[in-house]
Structure formats: C-alpha cells, structure tokens
Write a protein that binds this ligand. Structure first.
Ligand code: ZN
Length: 118
C-alpha cells in the first residue's frame, strides 16, 4: 500500500510539472491578445525573453501548484482486471500483465463463472 501511495505522489508531481511547463512555455514565447496588438506579433522577440522569464516561472509554478492541489483532491478510482481480477488505482494503463483489461471497479459486474459457460 505504501508503495502505491508513493507512486501516486510522484505521479502528481510529474503532472504538476507538466501543467506548469504547458503554462510557462507559451507564456515565455508568445504574447497574449493585448500585448500581441501592441507589439504586432504573437512571438516574443529574443531581447524580451529574459525579462519575461521570471514571470513565466511564477505563472507556471502557480499553475503547477493548482494542478497538484486539484489532483490531491480528486477522488481515487479503483480499477479491476476483468480476467485475473487484480485491482489497482486508476493510472491510465488499461492493459493488465495477464493480457486482460482493467475496468473501473464501479462499472464492473461480476458474473459467476457457471453462467458464462454454455
Ligand atoms: Zn489481469
């Protein structure tokens, strides 16, 4: 259980960093609407990149932090393999090592084996 929790935490950190980068990188290199009108371009000129960098980092860090908090609050979903019945937290990987498929535990109905065989 401990290992699963730790994996989830590093996953959240990773998502938060990615979310921060997705915000900071366009902010660093592209102007928004009003600024684009002022400078008549959407691409930030090279000599302004350095002066925008601190704000880009702050904006990215804020967005990353928000993402981290949202992920922290999001409800944990359990997945179950429909073939071998292994369970795990939802992590986006639907293939099970047994060759089966993971499905949301809430959406899976278990049918006794003897009803499946005709
Ligand atoms: Zn399986």
């Amino acid at each position: 259980m401990e290992a699963v929790v730790r994996v989830k935490r590093s996953q959240r950190v990773r998502y938060a960093i990615v979310a921060g980068l997705i915000t900071a990188v366009p902010y660093e290199f592209f102007f928004g609407g009003a600024q684009a009108d002022k400078w008549h371009t959407y691409v930030v000129p090279g000599d302004q990149l350095l002066s925008r960098l601190p704000l880009a980092i702050i904006v990215g860090a804020c967005f990353g932090l928000i993402t981290f908090k949202v992920l922290l609050r999001s409800k944990r979903e359990y997945w179950v393999c429909t073939k071998c019945e292994a369970t795990k937290y939802a992590d986006g990987v639907v293939e099970c090592s047994c060759g089966g498929r993971f499905e949301n535990l809430d959406e899976v109905k278990f049918i006794p084996e003897n009803l499946l065989t005709k």
